[in-house]
Design a protein around this ligand. Structure first.
Ligand SMILES: [Zn+2]
Length: 143
């Protein structure tokens, strides 16, 4: 067995408790008529194919996709195509932090809030995810 395989296995186990939460949610998405697919070591769950047909409640959700360990859950397949690179950065963050990510992420938001910054936008993990996949925009410059 190659060393890289052992490293990959260790990452899957390390992020495992977080992936378990994602698996439960992916199961819920399946129950609601969504789909799951496995690609490059990531389980992707999507509720509907397109924004136009996902219904007003799903369309109004404050997020388009969310990552738990090696599980990425998106409202629609369309949303997932738009943010897969960003979510993959979060997967790498879970591989680094493991279960501690469930503490580190909200803690980073809290720190931003205490500094008078925006808890989501200025969260260090979100900043990294945006930088790694080259996301920009007016908001990125006004901080
Ligand atoms: Zn993000």
């Amino acid at each position: 067995v190659r060393a890289s395989r052992i490293t990959q296995l260790a990452k899957i186990i390390w992020a495992g408790p977080c992936s378990a939460v994602g698996l439960v949610l992916a199961g819920l998405v399946l129950t609601l008529g969504g789909r799951i697919r496995f690609a490059s070591g990531i389980l992707e769950a999507t509720y509907r194919e397109r924004k136009a047909t996902c219904g007003s409640v799903a369309r109004g959700l404050p997020f388009r996709a969310i990552t738990f360990g090696h599980v990425v859950i998106a409202v629609t397949a369309q949303d997932l195509d738009g943010c897969r690179t960003h979510e993959l950065v979060h997967v790498r963050q879970y591989e680094r932090w493991g279960l501690l990510f469930f503490l580190a992420y909200p803690l980073s938001s809290l720190l931003q809030l205490l500094r008078g910054r925006r808890p989501y936008w200025d969260n260090r993990f979100e900043v990294e995810a945006r930088q790694r996949c080259g996301e920009t925009g007016a908001d990125a410059r006004d901080a």
